[in-house]
Design a protein around this ligand. Sequence first.
Ligand code: NDP
Length: 353
Amino acid sequence: MPQHTYDLFVIGAGSGGVRAARLAAKAGKRVAIAEEYRIGGTCVIRGCVPKKLLVYASEFGQAFKDAAGFGWSVENARFDWPTLRDNVQAEVTRLSGLYRKNLDAAGVTIFQDRAVVTGPHAVRLEKTSEEISAARILIATGGQPYRPLELKGQELAITSNEAFHLERLPQSIVVAGGGYIAVEFASIFSGLGVETNLLYRGEKILRGFDEDLRDHVQCELARTGVNIVTGAVFNEIAALPDGRRRASLSNGASIEAEQIMFAIGREPSTGGLGLENAGVTLAKNGAVAVDAYSRTNIASIFAVGDVTDRVNLTPVAIREAVAFVQSEFLDNPMAFDHADVASAVFGRPPVAC
Ligand code: NDP
């Protein structure tokens, strides 16, 4: 009799978790995965994939404007947000289904439930209260948008999570932040015809990127109609009688808009995971602390992807998962090298480094 029910129990069916589960199962291991929401994780459900479809949609407006000069006549071009939103969600559903199919095909047991760690080799499923034992546990719960809870009126603002499901396209929006998500969504909204403001606390967006890229993107966003406000943050957000919001800023100005969106970073999803039950060490920001081999301080518990807050990108989570399976199940110790990882910001213009 094996000592544990599973060789590997994965918590979180996103890019990292799914890859690790599938590879371990294909190597003949008994693998289970728990997911409380939809299978696919941030990238497939509320990140890269739906975002990229919105980016693509947002590029048509300019193309229609330019079309006449190239001999095309495009009369009555009109944009309908619900059509785009619903089609994007249909694609997300299709991809999520494929992820599930691939897990099934690899022989992974799927628990559509929230799992909580109860010990170094134990997890408990929330809905059924079932206790499950596993030789190894992989934490792959990803991250979530950061909300400044201390800001008055913060509950009136959306994050990227809600942006994909808006009932109607706002006439105007303030996007706060100057990183990937802020630049991408400011580009999307302005491309779709929304009066867009970008509010950044520093002087130049895309901190960490090459200076010439930062200059170029900031100039292009402004040239294509995004109102960029730098050197300011929200002091307060308030609801106006007509349903719009008023954002009072630290520079004494205020902006009124139909929607306000935070894109001011993401945080690791470790809350309520029970990691303290097993004695897993967390970093100050709540990320699971791991070494180069994605090992935590507890020998049987590992973590990959955004929950470890190393380089928060899907391809990185996938490679971390591959290295974890190679190291732990295929007798081939492998560490993913986080230096020189390529990344792209899908704004207008898209830039990469
Ligand atoms: P980023 O870390 O890229 O950017 C956060 C932005 O918010 C920065 O401009 C930062 O300013 C600002 N900020 C942080 N805290 C505050 C605050 N308290 N008040 C005001 N502004 C603040 O985070 P994102 O949310 O854009 O994206 C999260 C991560 O997701 C990215 O780092 C990336 O790893 C990944 N991602 C990748 C994408 C891609 O590959 N295309 C797309 C989307 C996300 P400052 O610069 O001054 O610190």
